[in-house]
Ligand binder design. Structure first.
Ligand code: PMP
Ligand code: GLN
Length: 379
């Protein structure tokens, strides 16, 4: 047989995670919290199991959860989705992304991807016979050149993928970014896939500008979200997407033959837990404290930082330490110093190396202190 993904390599998260474990390193590589999810949420899942919610859920998710999702979006972004036609609960955002790409990308179609990009987009496009068209975000603060994006649009462009707040850079798209995107897509039939998994992790009074909030975007957007990021349980793999009914109908065709539905008891738990908005609205403050603490702790190191605007990732510029390639340096940080991070070049167009490493600060105080102590020794 011939491989459908001949160039595909093991995810950098798996590679760095394994190296970290092998060396017993302080692990700030793969993005997940090293603290617990709320015990009340765990109790709600076990209660749902004990109460007998152990058989298939409806394809799109249980109505109570879809209702809560719609209410949340309405309150935050003033956009009303139909809970019966425009919401699907998915196996994490990764599945939502895959469903949308599979539902709409046909062989020969082009999909514009802003780089650096989360590593599941391009393989999903390629598995469906599509062609990723890459546009690199500019400079070490990752500005989008919307004119360049516009120049990449062709008659074959089927989809454009954005991610805000952005992994790995921590950049948050401004209102102006979203308006420029809206203008650019007007009069096209391009579908927007908006990856908003870090929607609630946003700092310094900035606002999350969801594609849902812009009529010219919402009418063509599949917006993807992740409960794993928001509620500290990435291993539960629960998320959702919202989209206009016409698009969602196509997504359901794929969902039906893909998994049909996702874990039922967990949906019961989230439906209950989402009734209290403070469970997600305080997340920005919670992670801003962690970001600020990490930045304070590393002040006396040779690493430089532009503070992340959102997400639980902080990029550190190590160009004053060494000129090594970021992949080599990330490996050496593990083997010589026992600290694991993620090299950013693997997400960039043409593996552009800007001498930056990504550190996940969704970690306990103890881990942040340990990491900073190590970074102080790296000169
Ligand atoms: N998109 C981005 C930008 C992410 O960082 C992640 C998680 N690493 C995902 C999607 C996937 O989310 P989930 O774990 O809910 O599948
Ligand atoms: N989203 C996580 C990160 O960026 C990784 C998820 C995964 O390993 N697929 O670190």
């Amino acid at each position: 047989f011939s491989s459908k993904l001949p160039k595909h390599q093991t995810s950098i998260f798996t590679v760095m995670g394994k190296m970290a474990r092998d060396h017993g390193a302080v692990n700030m590589s793969q993005g997940y919290p090293n603290f617990e999810t709320d015990v009340r949420l765990k109790d709600l899942v076990t209660k749902a199991m004990k109460d007998g919610y152990n058989q298939y859920a409806p394809l799109a998710g249980i109505p109570q959860l879809r209702e809560q999702i719609v209410n949340k979006i309405e309150a935050l972004h003033k956009k009303t989705y139909d809970p019966n036609k425009e919401v699907t609960v998915t196996d994490g955002a990764t599945q939502a992304l895959f469903l949308a790409i599979t539902a709409f990308v046909q062989p020969g179609d082009e999909v514009i991807v802003l780089k650096p990009a989360y590593d599941s987009y391009e393989p999903a496009i390629e598995l469906n016979g599509g062609k990723p068209v890459l546009v690199q975000m500019k400079g070490k603060d990752y500005e989008v050149d919307w004119d360049e994006v516009k120049a990449k649009i062709s008659s074959k462009t089927r989809m454009l993928i954005i991610n805000t707040p952005h992994n790995p850079s921590g950049k948050v798209f401004s209102k102006r970014d979203m308006q420029q995107l809206e203008a650019l897509l007007r009069d096209t039939d391009i579908i927007l896939l908006s990856d908003e998994v870090y929607e609630h992790i946003i700092f310094d009074e900035l606002q999350h500008h969801s594609a849902s909030a812009f009529p010219g975007l919402a009418e063509r957007a599949v917006v993807c979200a992740s409960f794993g990021k928001t509620f500290h349980n990435t291993g539960w793999k629960m998320g959702y997407c919202v989209a206009p009914a016409e698009l969602m109908a196509e997504i359901w065709k794929v969902m039906e033959v893909n998994v049909f539905c996702v874990h039922h008891p967990t949906q019961r738990a989230f439906a209950e837990y989402l009734k209290e908005p403070s469970h997600y609205l305080q997340l920005g403050k919670f992670y801003q404290e962690k970001r600020d603490r990490f930045l304070e702790l590393i002040q006396d190191t040779a690493f430089k930082a532009i503070p992340a605007q959102g997400t639980y990732f902080q990029l550190l510029d190590y160009s004053d330490v060494t000129q090594e390639h970021d992949v080599d340096f990330a490996r050496r940080l593990i083997t010589e110093y026992n600290l694991a991070s993620i090299p950013v070049s693997v997400f960039n167009k043409d593996q552009l190396d800007q001498k930056q490493l990504r550190f996940c600060f969704a970690k306990t105080e103890e881990t942040l202190v340990e990491a900073a102590e190590i970074l102080k020794k790296v000169r």
